[in-house]
Every structure is written in structure tokens, then in C-alpha cells.
Write a protein that binds this ligand. Sequence first.
Ligand SMILES: *Cc1c(COP(=O)(O)O)cnc(C)c1O
Length: 395
Amino acid sequence: MFVYADNAATTCVSTAALNAMLPYLTNQYGNPSSLYSIGQEAREAVEQARKTVAQCIGAESREIYFTSGGSEADNQAIRSAAKAGARKGKRHLISTVFEHHAVLHTLKQLEKEGFSVTLLPVHEEGIVRLEDLEAAICEDTALVSIMFANNEIGTIQPVAEIGALCREKGIPFHTDAVQAAGHVPVDVGTMQIDMLSLSGHKFHAPKGIGALYAKRSQPLSSLIEGGGQERGKRAGTENVAGIAALAAALQESCANMEANTLKILSMREKLISALCRIPHSVLNGNMEHHMPGTINMCFEGIEGGNLLLLLDQKGICASSGSACNSGSLDPSHVLLSLGIPYEVAHGSLRLSIGEYNTPEEIDYLSREIPEAVAALRSSSPLWEAMECGQKPHLI
Ligand SMILES: *Cc1c(COP(=O)(O)O)cnc(C)c1O
């Protein structure tokens, strides 16, 4: 059996997305900046897609800018706010310890350029507290950037409350909604979001296309110089096919959100109840505010990387943290930020279920994962030491 359970890393391209992009990869190959018909048709496709994306998140068309993905949108949002802040003498940026590296590394770079950065804690359950945010805000704060949903543990942040607080204080609020968009309701109006990043490949569009929402009043600066595309905020000939696919995929995901959520939640619950029977295991995150399909667990006495290899032999695609970290031996910064001990964080597994998974696949995972954990433990010196009492169990 082949089971793809890594939808937080990327997703398959849906039929709707593929069909939306095909014309622009074949006979409608015009450049949107060209004046003849096939150029203008491509332009129309881009503008129609902009309208669709705007509608899906409660924005206006002119507030949507297409980018190469979530990372670029994060970079542009943060750099734009930093630049605008610096013009007013504000050089303080607030974010959280468990952001995606597209945010964390941009902030690190800005620190080198003279900005100061406060990273809020996310406590044991992976949720930011308003009082921590309120205490961190000062006269010099130029930006608050807090992710909508975490990519490793799936916790959803109190975005509307954060938006309200930032609006009250007059501070721009950016959210990395790459995990959330197309999966949980996102409304930039009611949630008082000033900038938002999303990425096509997390909701069944292809890789390499994303969007940045920036409120009309929000100053945006360009990361890439060149032509005047995207109203001068993002040079480069538009990825017309990708843009059309992103809009089609987002529209489909939003239209089916309720039904998908119900289906995914019931599979998630079944899987969790099977995996929680594994002794000395722990489910990470928050049990109430979470993405429908994300499960993050730690199993004591094993190495997450070894578990992934064993699962791969059984046809199971999973992750031990974020895809960007795989290959590094350090446990994920996200799990460590929850206060999980280093040794325990080493034995982590992230499963992310999507609407394309089936109950039969969940049964397979429920059988194979406990077996794989037991097999690894039976050859683990650390586990043996714990079982015979030479080392204490931590969970
Ligand atoms: C995947 C992801 C990104 C990066 O998006 P790309 O389109 O792959 O650049 C950023 N933030 C989060 C939370 C993600 O899950």
C-alpha cells in the first residue's frame, strides 16, 4: 500500500488545478504584458485569479500580489514592514519562536541590519498568549508577524485577537497562513490582518506559486526589480499557468472546506486513538485549536529519522518535522520551543492527513506505525536501558 500522509509538506495537484493551468501551458501561451489577443487573454486569466483569491480570503483584488510561493511572500511582507517602520524610526519586530524559517531567517537577517527582534514563546501547547504579545509591544514596534497555523504541530493561533490588539495599537500585523489557507476559514477583514502569505502547493496547486495579501494602506516594497508587473511590486513575467491553478485550487478547497474538515477530522481521531496506545508516547500541540489533519507525536526510545526510513519501506510518507529540516540531525526548533526534552524531541513523527486519504489508509497507518515503533525499540540500547530501569522514562 502507498499512503501519502505528509500534506503539510506538500500536496498532490488536483484535477481542477491541472485543468485550470493546461490552456496556459499549451495554446494560450501569451505574455500578459503583450497587447495582442492571446496576451490579453492571459492577462484576463491573471486578473480573474486575483479576484478569486481575494474572495476566498475576504480581500479586494487589488490587495493580492502573486509571488513564487510562501517563502517569498513572507520575505516581502516582513521586509516591507521593516523598511516602512525604519522610515519612522521604528526598528522593533515581534514574532514567535516557532515560525517557519522563511520568517525566522528573514528576521535574523534584519537583526544584522540593525533591527531588534522579540520572539514570543508559545508555551507547552504551541499557542501564543495575548499578554505576552501586549507586553512585548513598544513605541518602536514596526511589525507583528505571527503564523496562522504551525506547520509541524498544527496549532492555530488566536489570529483575530492578535489582529484586534495590533489594530488598536496601530501596528501592522502579518500572518504566515501557508498552512491555514484553503483548510480553515481565513478572513482578513474580520480578523484584522494587514498582510498574509499563502502558497499554492499546500492546497493542491503546483509548487512555485503563492500570493501575498497586503491591505491597501499597507506600504509594500519590491524584492525583485525589473518590469512593472504586479503593480510594480513584483517584477517578472507572471506565472500565468501557476496563478490560474492556484486560484482554481483555492476556490475548490474553500468550497469543500466543511465537508473536507469533517472527513479529515474523523480520520485523524481514529489514527490518534490507535497511536496513543503505543506506550511512552505523547501527542504534541493543543487538542482544541488545531489543523484538521495534522498529528505530531513523540515516541520515546527511537530516532524519528529511523522511523521515517522504516515507514518508507512500508510505502508510508510521513515527516519528523518540517521538510526543510530533514537531513539535519538536530531536533526541530518547534518541538524544542514547546519545552519537549531534546531526547524526546528526537523521536518525533508528523502525519498530515488530507481529503485524498481514505479510511483504508488510516487502518494501514494504525497497524504499521505501532509495529514500526516496536521494531525500532527492540533494537534500541536507549529503550533497553529505560525498560530495565537504568534510565528513567521521560514520557
Ligand atoms: C510550506 C510553508 C512555507 C513555505 O512556502 P513555499 O511555498 O514552500 O515557499 C512557509 N510557511 C509555512 C508555515 C509553510 O508551511
